[in-house]
Design a protein around this ligand. Structure first.
Ligand code: SAJ
Length: 438
């Protein structure tokens, strides 16, 4: 029986562990959080916003093919494959924080068994596996990579909110310390997940691929945001433009909005920026894209000020309803969400902010209660702001909302969910990121 140990049971580690268990392996998940370990062993899954995952966790635990533990020794020392899925955030200075990767490399190295293969799924800068993980594994275990154990990077490429489907369809990239490592890891994902694999020269190249695809997205979102800021001034609707451009075969549409959030894009750029600077090459476009995307929340606050001004009101003393705080649609996640800065700025400027988000009903986020009902947040609001394009907001009844809100209120769409015409017909003063002011 194939034995797999997954280090870190977060939004990537847990589905990875559960899908390998579902595929027939004996899987142990190791995590430092007691509550996570006990939840998993009770067959529970903390990611209810991941379709299909709760059932897979439940059935795999029930079948005895998946269990979780705080103690790595037994599971690492008996594993054929050890998969590292720990977070790699950036610190307050925007420098990559590889402390979890370093810590887990010491742990795995301590108990590593001859013949095992270590797989790094966490997103890291190109060269970090070769420079940090490999020497630590060898030093702690006394074993030699390539000779006594295998090592490969196989970065996760899953779309949060759609992870199970993604893990079973998106090709995996594999870069091994040697060909044997690459082949073993590729065969593992092909057989267990039924996906294609792309074999690459080394871990450094695999990590460069992962960063390239995420930074490609961040830079193109920044370009869309730059078009939005420009076209607002020129009286052109950037969303109308981008939708039309998308009819051309080589145009990949990205859309302007309130900014870029989540555990990945806002931080991944800094892995490459720091490696680039170390190597004497500053990635200007990548860095500038971060600055542009990080400025978008302030632009949303400006639009709120403009829309209220149309109604001879100011942000100070206004009641503002924020619809959606999650960093992207249909996920229960506010990691680095751009909407936190919008809420903070509006509150600092003297507004009374009400929040509604279907993923956080009745909870407290950013120190504020999240309304259970949308109408409660909108009641007597001077301005309504759409911060996340959750499915629930795709069919907003603006006529009804204009009756619930204060008379002649304002509406700011930071996620392209309504048309300007519909908002104006409902009696709102309208602003939108990249939209023609109405
Ligand atoms: N966003 C825009 N405009 C767009 C697309 C997205 O403003 O046109 C914003 C979103 O609202 C969100 C942020 O960007 O705040 C990130 O959105 P995302 O859809 O990229 O979501 P992530 O960060 O959850 O997932 C990304 C994905 N990367 C790519 O698509 C290249 C996912 O496939 C990765 O696996 C994931 O990062 C990761 O873990 O690295």
């Amino acid at each position: 029986m194939l034995r797999i140990t997954v280090m870190g049971l977060g939004r990537i580690g847990l589905p990875t562990a559960a899908l390998f268990a579902k595929a027939g392996a004996k899987v142990t998940g190791v995590d430092v959080r007691k509550e996570v370990v006990s939840e998993v062993n009770a067959g529970m899954c903390m990611f209810n916003d991941e379709p299909g995952l709760p059932d897979i966790v439940k059935s795999s635990v029930k079948a005895g093919s998946l269990r979780a533990t705080l103690a790595p020794k037994d599971s690492v020392s008996s594993a054929h494959f050890v998969i590292i899925c720990v977070p790699t955030p950036v610190d307050e200075t925007k420098s990559p924080d590889y402390s979890s990767i370093e810590r887990v490399s010491h742990t795995v190295g301590n108990f590593l068994r001859r013949g095992s293969v270590v797989i790094v799924e966490s997103t890291v800068g190109p060269g970090i596996v070769e420079e940090k993980v490999l020497p630590t594994l060898e030093a702690e275990s006394g074993l030699k990579a390539g000779k006594d154990f295998g090592l490969a990077s196989c970065p996760e490429r899953s779309d949060p909110g759609n992870i199970v489907q993604n893990m079973r369809s998106v090709p995996r990239i594999v870069g091994g310390f040697d060909t044997k490592s690459t082949d073993l890891v590729a065969a593992l994902y092909e057989s267990a997940f039924g996906v294609k694999t792309i074999k690459l020269s080394d871990p450094k190249t695999a990590n460069a691929v992962k960063l390239t695809e995420n930074l490609f997205r961040d830079v193109n979102i920044a370009l869309a945001n730059e078009f939005a800021l420009l076209y607002e001034k020129l009286g052109v609707d950037a969303v109308e433009v981008i939708n039309a451009c998308a009819t051309k075969y080589n145009f990949m549409p990205h859309f302007p909005g309130a900014g870029v959030g989540g555990p990945c894009l806002p931080s991944n750029s800094y892995y490459l920026i720091s490696e680039g600077i170390k190597a004497g090459n500053i990635p200007y476009i990548i860095r500038l894209a971060r600055e542009i995307n990080d400025r978008m929340p302030d632009h949303v606050v400006e639009l709120v000020g403009e829309a209220l001004n149309d109604r001879k009101k100011t942000i100070k003393g206004s009641r503002i309803a924020i619809l959606g705080i999650a960093y992207k649609p249909n996920v229960k996640d506010v990691q680095l969400t751009p909407i936190e800065r919008v809420v903070t700025r509006l509150t600092e400027m003297g507004a009374e902010v009400q929040i509604y988000d279907p993923m956080f009903k009745g909870e407290e986020v950013f120190g504020l209660p999240v309304c259970v009902k949308l109408e409660s947040a909108v009641r007597n609001a001077d301005c309504i702001v759409v911060g996340t394009a959750h499915d629930e907001f795709k069919h907003l009844d603006l006529q009804n909302l204009s009756r619930v809100a204060r008379r002649r209120a304002a509406f700011v769409d930071a996620r392209n969910v309504v048309t300007a015409a519909t908002a104006v017909r409902a009696g709102f003063a309208f602003r939108g990121v990249g939209r023609k002011p109405r």
